[in-house]
Design a protein around this ligand. Structure first.
Ligand SMILES: Nc1ncnc2c1ncn2[C@@H]1O[C@H](COP(=O)(O)OP(=O)(O)OP(=O)(O)O)[C@@H](O)[C@H]1O
Ligand SMILES: [Mg+2]
Length: 350
């Protein structure tokens, strides 16, 4: 068997095929450091709290970090920032390792193939993804897998554009980044990232309204919609302003980057918007509206959103891993990996 893994700034997800279903396991990519105490001991004895103890300190990682942070009045910390391992977090690697081990589990067989997502280099910052990608590769290798990186935008094409011969523009709006990929018959023609996403919206909104970032994030994730009926001056009003600003920024960059590529004349492609940041109602329409106002050198047949935006990248990584596996074992005719120009088969179903 083979697996997929989405290593994101806010969420880490694995994907595996179990008979006809794709099964996802998800954890928040965050942790909190608390003092060891009787109360901590009591809470941690709940068997499923992911944690490690180091002397008098305990690190609670994943989904439970936020609860523990609230109870113990601590801030959560994040191993990644802007799509890659954070250079400002000294515990980044051991923490991400713990979360990843829990999410992906042991390999089903020695050297099981595992495709893990990796962002493209951002066009608007000096950040490089190389160290991040190589560190994950060796970490996953140590866990017994045979890891292979897959570009995050390309993973979106694999999961969402099977019905269009893996041709179109995929955009993953994450927490730390926005990843863009234009693919033509499963061949990536253009990939890039932008070092802004949901975290940027939260930070800007927090700054503008004087609200703590965590509070802004929960308001945004709760029931925020891009309907522009929200009151001016409140957190929701500010969220809408920065959402719109992020969309414009991404669309401008898409137009500029595509313009520099040799895009086939007469190309008519769908655009898929996904990732956690694309969740609010109204996102797809707002994106389509703003895209229509920009000049791009190809025509756009439609703008689509997806039902489960958090799962697209993990699911696409699995499609890539399984199609390569099928090709190697010869169990399927026309499957291929992403970089040789032939078509993969879309087998993963959500
Ligand atoms: N219902 C929601 N409404 C608005 N935003 C949401 C919602 N659910 C999640 N988000 C936001 O989506 C982002 C997380 O999305 P996702 O899991 O796709 O990112 P990631 O893969 O972890 O990050 P990246 O790809 O940038 O490394 C966060 O900014 C989160 O606040
Ligand atoms: Mg992501």
């Amino acid at each position: 068997m083979a697996k997929g893994l989405d290593v994101g700034t806010m969420n880490i997800l694995s994907s595996a095929q179990e008979s006809s279903d794709t099964v996802f396991v998800q954890q928040r990519n965050s942790f909190v450091e608390i003092e060891y105490s009787d109360m901590a001991e009591q809470m941690l004895s709940r068997s499923d709290v992911l944690h490690i103890r180091k002397d008098d300190q305990v690190y609670v990682v994943g989904d439970d970090a936020l609860n523990f942070a609230n109870i113990f009045n601590e801030e959560t910390r994040r191993p990644m920032q802007h799509g890659i391992l954070s250079s400002e977090e000294s515990s980044a690697i051991p923490m991400i390792k713990l979360i990843t081990e829990q999410v992906v589990g042991e390999p089903d067989s020695p050297n099981e193939r595992l495709y893990y997502s990796s962002p493209a280099d951002p066009i608007d910052s000096e950040l490089s993804t190389l160290y991040h990608e190589k560190t994950l590769e060796s970490m996953l290798g140590d866990m017994g897998y045979d890891p292979e990186p897959i570009n995050e935008g390309m993973a979106v094409i694999y999961s969402e554009l099977a019905d269009n011969d893996f041709t179109g523009l995929g955009v993953s709006f994450g927490a730390g980044m926005t990843n863009v990929c234009l693919a033509y018959y499963a061949v990536p023609v253009m990939t890039f990232s932008i070092a802004r996403g949901g975290d940027w919206i939260d930070e800007q909104t927090a700054g503008a309204t004087g609200t703590p970032v965590d509070k802004v994030t929960s308001i945004k994730e709760d029931d925020f919609a891009l309907d522009f009926r929200t009151d001016v001056g409140g957190v929701e009003g500010a969220l809408a302003i920065y959402y719109e600003n992020l969309l414009d920024y991404v669309i401008e960059n898409i137009a500029r980057e595509v313009d520099e590529e040799d895009v086939e004349e007469g190309l008519d492609v769908p655009v898929v918007v996904t990732g956690g940041t694309s969740s609010p109602d109204g996102f797809e329409d707002l994106f389509a509206d703003h895209l229509a106002g920009e000049t791009v050198p190809f025509s756009i047949s439609e703008v689509r959103s997806v039902d489960e935006p958090m799962y697209s990248v993990a699911s696409g990584a699995l499609v890539a891993a399984r199609s390569e596996e099928d090709e190697e074992t010869g169990s399927n005719g026309s499957t291929a990996e992403s970089n040789d120009g032939s078509e993969p088969e879309a087998e993963a179903e959500d």
